[in-house]
Ligand binder design. Structure first.
Ligand SMILES: [Zn+2]
Length: 77
């Protein structure tokens, strides 16, 4: 992680969400995702469902108030 990112994205100062709630597209279970505001306002990565262990394509967005929104998609479409 670069310190320069904090300058460009001030939500990494502790006021932004550090977790987001999302529902698994496979099993429908609620999952609480740990998110890192210091990673930037838009983040994409692959993570396995905490319940059924199938892989999601995760998109995390932070809004201007620091709320994190998670969008989960299947990787097999
Ligand atoms: Zn699942």
């Amino acid at each position: 992680m670069s310190d320069n990112l904090d300058d460009e994205f001030p939500l990494g100062d502790g006021t932004a969400d550090v977790e987001a709630i999302a529902y698994c597209p496979y099993c429908g279970e609620e999952n609480s995702l740990s998110v890192d505001p210091g990673g930037g306002p838009l983040q994409q990565y692959v993570e396995d469902c905490h319940v059924c262990c199938r892989p999601w394509e995760v998109t995390i967005r932070f809004d201007h108030e620091g709320h994190a929104w998670a969008d989960l998609r299947t990787t097999d479409e």
